[in-house]
Design a protein around this ligand. Structure first.
Ligand code: PGA
Length: 261
């Protein structure tokens, strides 16, 4: 399917790393490394404490600011939570929802993930909805069944006209932080399956405009092959997004792939 209808996105996911005071030196190192960055949208999804310093450091840059999570609630007595409009007010564009680390460590279920995606859209931002199977599910042949359920559950909370503003990230749990990247064929099979599910529910026009990313030990060496696949529109980068040079090489890979097209 033609990639011209959707954005290529490379999103860093810093997880719980770096200090707010380290943001400025990081961006100063990264920005000169991105001369060809126009071919894709680059985002850095950071801890809530890092959002304001990141925004300041990215002034006059095309790099978007992202968050790693959001509350399902609007406002009120929810100690420690951060609402979608608070993130929007800080200039956040992308919000990761349903990362497997939050599903596993913070008991987030598919319905909470859907509610978070809806809250993010409601405030004019784009959710990056993460889905992915465990190694056991893969070995038992349950990958697509599980992913299909996660995608449909999350999107069922999203108004029809806003589905195209969602980004889906396929992140096999066995690949995250393990150095064991999915092969381009494995990743493409699932990303193609995700697009087919969106097509059957929301039609071909919506399906062709939703960006689907791959995440899980994506690094400079593996990026180009993965990004060359027809249904992989970008990546979520954990470990490699903490090093400006590595992150920049992944972004460069998008430019190389689009030049070859
Ligand atoms: P990784 O993390 O690149 O370090 O595997 C990806 C993610 O969890 O989003």
């Amino acid at each position: 399917m033609n990639k011209k209808y959707r954005k290529a996105i490379i999103a860093g996911n810093w997880k719980m790393n770096m200090l707010p005071t380290e943001v400025k030196p990081f961006t100063e190192e990264l920005r000169p490394l991105l001369p060809r960055q126009k071919t894709c949208e680059v985002a850095l999804c950071v801890p809530h404490t890092h959002i304001s310093p990141l925004r300041r450091s990215l002034k006059d840059s095309r790099i978007a600011v992202g968050a790693e999570d959001v509350s399902v609630h609007d406002k009120g007595a929810f100690t420690g939570e951060v609402a979608a409009d608070m993130l929007a007010d800080l200039g956040v564009h992308y919000v990761i929802v349903g990362h497997s680390e939050r599903r596993a460590n913070h008991a987030e279920n598919d319905f909470m993930v859907g509610a978070k995606a809806a809250a993010v859209l409601e405030k004019g931002m784009n959710p990056i909805i993460c889905v992915g199977e465990t190694l056991e599910q893969r070995e038992r042949g349950l990958t697509m069944e599980h992913i299909g359920y996660q995608v449909l559950a999350a999107l069922s909370a999203v108004p029809d006209e806003k589905v195209r503003q969602c980004v889906i990230a396929y992140e096999p749990i066995w690949a995250i932080g393990t150095g064991k990247t999915a092969t381009p064929e494995e990743a493409e099979e699932v990303c193609e399956g995700i697009r087919a599910i969106i097509r059957s529910r929301h039609g071909a026009r919506v399906a062709r405009s939703v960006s689907i990313l791959y995440g899980g030990s994506m690094n400079a060496k593996k990026a180009k092959e993965l990004l060359s696949m027809p249904d992989i529109d970008g990546g979520i980068i954990g470990g490699a997004s903490l090093k400006p040079a590595d992150f920049a090489k992944i972004i460069d890979a998008v430019a190389e792939v689009s030049e070859e097209d």
